[in-house]
Write a protein that binds this ligand. Sequence first.
Ligand code: NAD
Length: 501
Amino acid sequence: MSRTSFPRTLADWQARAAELAVESRAFIDDSFVAAASGDTFVSINPATGETLAQVASCDEPDAERAVAVARRAFADGAWSRMAPGKRKKTLLRLADLMEANKHELALIDTLDMGKPISSSLGDMAGAIACLRYQAECIDKLYGEVAPTGEDSLALVLREPIGVVAAIVPWNFPLMMTAWKIAPALAAGNSVILKPSEKSPLSALRLAQLAQEAGIPRGVFQVLPGFGHTVGKALALSMEVDCLAFTGSTAVGKQLMQYAGQSNLKRVYLECGGKSPNLVFADCKNLDQVASYAAAAIFHNQGEVCIAGSRLLVENTIRDDFVERVLKAAENMQPGDPLDPQSFMGAIVDETQHRRILDYIRQGVEEGARLRSGGKAIDGPGLFIPPTVFDGVTAQMTIGREEIFGPVLAVFGFDTEEEAIAMANDTPYGLAAGLWSQDIDRIMRVTRRLQSGQVFVNNWAGGDQTMPFGGVKQSGNGRDKSHHSLEEYSELKSVWMSLQSS
Ligand code: NAD
């Protein structure tokens, strides 16, 4: 099959995978280099157990070098002071290169962390759209002229912050990366990206494309490695001005401490969730709602920050509705991630696989009713089928903690008031869903849900125009939309005294 043709079948993707060559060195100061220590870590395809690459394992010396390079690049102004229109063109060129290479990028993510190829292709569309949106914003956001008397002129200018370290997770490797680096670069910052140690490879391919697009030397660098080594070094650096993080709440808390211990760098956090999905009895098409409710948790093997992991159903329809969810879940079984027909793929690694199975065991032990799934699928590869528990309560571990796997916890409620209280009974506040035909109820409940985003009669709706982020312990930042571009800039107030005539 030619490299330019569109891969459509499992065999097409397997052929592409067989000829794939990946970059596995760090990208520092415009060159691909080994880690200073020479250390590497292994990247494994979780669907097969095969080794994909030995990847440079960066640590403190690599972080120090990259930060010095980023600082120098910021000071020399080749990017930070570039005319906005020119910066826009460069980022649009990067988006075009991503588009031209989207099959390869999607393939890398699928092989690296096990998600189905259809989902990786969706991520590429999202990542490219994000690059284009942020690039287009560059020459459309204005500063301000403040209202003053005639003897003054007061300007509010937006300036880049400096050196931004972006630390990202593995569940949507390239898309989460784009959500950080697109606005941070668009605002004129130097960016150091630390991908997850579980999915480092697409970030390194992105570095090749960034170089080809003409992003100036030292403005974009990629340091693969572990959180407690290179991630921590970046977070503690006195020369990093901003940390843009997506990952767990526990690590987000650590990063805030590191910022306090070092230079009070800005810390934008996108963290975990345990999102409620509320289904009221007045819904019209229950089959369709059930199918959305199943996809809300089983998409991407449940390894989704906004997974609809708590399904809250009005008790009058609960038994019937759970049956419909079970039926929908039957069609969402895991399969070969390279098969375009697979809805779910492999779990990212053995640690996560074990963790999910531990939660399932606790669910059974604590008295929830296991209605489907619950057991690992025999290898090779790390696969868990859609698992549904009914009769879950907020006291149960599976009712409270983020599992980050294909495990749905179903709760019942009798009144609207009870549903709202249950939905908000969580330390998280990332997303919530609400299904009803009653517009008065929709507005009443939406306003009272403690959540960064509310999906009404859909799940995960949204595009680049909408901010994405959480409240409570789900974080304090916002990805996407012009609001994220604003996060990566400083306001400078300029008050000029004028001669009055
Ligand atoms: P994680 O917190 O373990 O790791 C995230 C990143 O932080 C990785 O790159 C890791 O190497 C790094 N890291 C870990 N310890 C560090 C330290 N001490 N110092 C600096 N960096 C460190 O999370 P994960 O397992 O990669 O991802 C899953 C989590 O991410 C889930 O909780 C999920 O909800 C969350 N997530 C949130 C969003 C969102 O937009 N809110 C999106 C995707 C994932």
